[in-house]
Ligand binder design. Structure first.
Ligand code: PLP
Length: 317
C-alpha cells in the first residue's frame, strides 16, 4: 500500500491492520505527491495508493489525474481518506478524479460528534467495479419491497457491526438533508474562506513552510518564534480557544495546523487571530512565562504519552 509521507498515521495503521505492507512516497518541494517517485515505486505487486485530497497540508493534489492514472495502469486501486472533504464537497466529484474507494469521516464533515475513540461512523463509497466484494448482506429492492441479499459469492463477508453506529449515520443524513445542495456547497466555500482569512492575517507573524495555495486548513510552524508550538497550544486554552492540531503533518517540523471549519464567525476568527499575534509577541518578550500554561483548567500539562498508554478510564476512590 503506497502512502504519501504527509499521510495521517491512521492511514498506514489501517493498511497494516489489513495485512498490507506500507510504502512511503516522498512529497515534493511543493508539499504534493512526487509523481516521478510514484511512477518509479508503483508496480504490479502494489494493491493501492491511499491518499487524501486536499492533502494534510490543505493543498489540492493538482496532479491527481496523473497519480490515479499511474496507479490504475499497474492494476492498483486508489483509496481516498475523506477526512478533508470539507474543502471540496459540492465542488469536486471524487470518482472523476479516479478515486475508487472513499470513506467519509462524518464527524469531520457532517456534524456528528468526534468522541475519544467514540461514536465515529462513516460510509465507505466505492466504484461499481468493487460492488461484488461489498460486505453481505446488501439491501436490494424487488418490486416495491426491500430485502437482504446474502447470495453474494465474491463478498468479503459479514461485518462485525453491520449497521454501524446508526444514530450517527442518521444525524449526518439529517444534517445533509437540512443543508441541501446549496448549503453543502456554501459550507465548503466558507471552510475554505475562513482558513484563507486566517492564513492571510497570520502569514506575516508565522512561518508558512509550504507557500502554495491551501484550501480548508493552513499549516504554519514555530520557526522564528520565541516559544514552541506546544506553548502556543497551551496558552490558547487560557485565551478560550481549543488549540489547533499540533506537530502534524509530520513533514512540517513544529507544525501548527489551523482548520477553522465553516462554522466560525468572522468575530471569532478575528479574536483567534488577535490571540495568536499577542501570544507570539509575548513569546518573544517573555518566553519563560509559558511554562505553566494553561493556568485556567484543572489539568495543565498532562503526560500525554502516559495518558495514551495507561489511560485511567474509571473513577476510583
Ligand atoms: C487526513 C486525515 N485522516 C484521518 C484523520 C483521523 O481522523 P479521526 O479523527 O477520525 O481519527 C485525520 C485527523 O485529523 C486526518 O487529517
Amino acid at each position: 500500500m503506497l502512502l504519501p509521507d504527509s499521510a495521517h498515521g491512521t492511514n498506514p495503521a489501517s493498511a497494516t491492520l489489513c495485512g498490507y505492507k506500507s510504502v512511503q512516497i516522498p512529497s515534493n518541494s511543493e508539499g504534493l505527491i512526487d509523481t516521478d517517485k510514484l511512477e518509479a515505486i508503483m508496480d504490479e505487486e502494489t494493491a493501492a495508493i491511499m491518499l487524501t485530497n486536499p492533502n494534510t497540508l490543505g493543498m489540492f493534489e493538482k496532479d491527481i489525474l496523473r497519480i490515479t492514472e499511474i496507479v490504475h495502469s499497474k492494476g492498483g486501486l486508489v483509496y481516498c481518506d475523506g477526512a478533508n472533504l470539507n474543502a471540496v464537497m459540492g465542488i469536486v466529484k471524487m470518482g472523476e478524479m479516479g478515486i475508487d474507494v472513499l470513506h467519509i469521516n462524518l464527524h469531520k464533515t457532517f456534524s456528528t460528534p468526534h468522541g475519544g475513540g467514540g461514536p465515529g461512523a462513516g460510509p465507505v463509497c466505492i466504484k461499481n467495479i468493487l460492488e461484488p466484494y461489498l460486505p453481505k448482506p446488501v439491501v436490494e429492492k424487488k418490486g416495491h419491497n426491500y430485502f437482504l441479499n446474502y447470495d453474494r459469492p465474491k463478498s468479503v463477508g459479514k461485518l462485525k457491526v453491520f449497521n454501524g453506529n446508526f444514530g450517527m449515520l442518521l444525524r449526518a443524513y439529517l444534517y445533509i438533508r437540512t443543508l441541501g445542495p446549496e448549503g453543502i456547497l456554501e459550507a465548503a466555500q466558507s471552510a475554505v474562506l475562513n482558513a484563507n482569512y486566517i492564513r492571510a492575517k497570520l502569514k506575516d507573524t508565522f512561518h508558512l513552510p509550504f507557500k502554495g495555495a491551501s484550501l480548508h486548513e493552513c499549516v504554519f510552524n514555530d520557526k522564528g518564534q520565541g516559544i514552541t508550538t506546544m506553548d502556543f497550544a497551551k496558552e490558547l486554552i487560557d485565551h478560550g480557544f481549543h488549540p489547533p492540531t499540533v506537530y502534524f503533518p509530520l513533514i512540517v517540523k513544529g507544525a501548527l495546523m489551523i482548520e477553522p471549519t465553516e462554522s466560525e464567525s468572522k468575530e471569532t476568527l478575528d479574536m483567534f487571530i488577535e490571540s495568536m499575534k499577542s501570544i507570539a509577541k509575548k513569546g518573544h518578550d517573555d518566553p519563560d512565562s509559558f511554562h505553566d500554561a494553561p493556568r485556567l483548567p484543572k489539568v495543565s500539562r498532562p503526560d500525554e504519552a502516559r495518558a495514551a498508554r495507561q489511560p485511567v478510564l474509571r473513577w476510583k476512590k
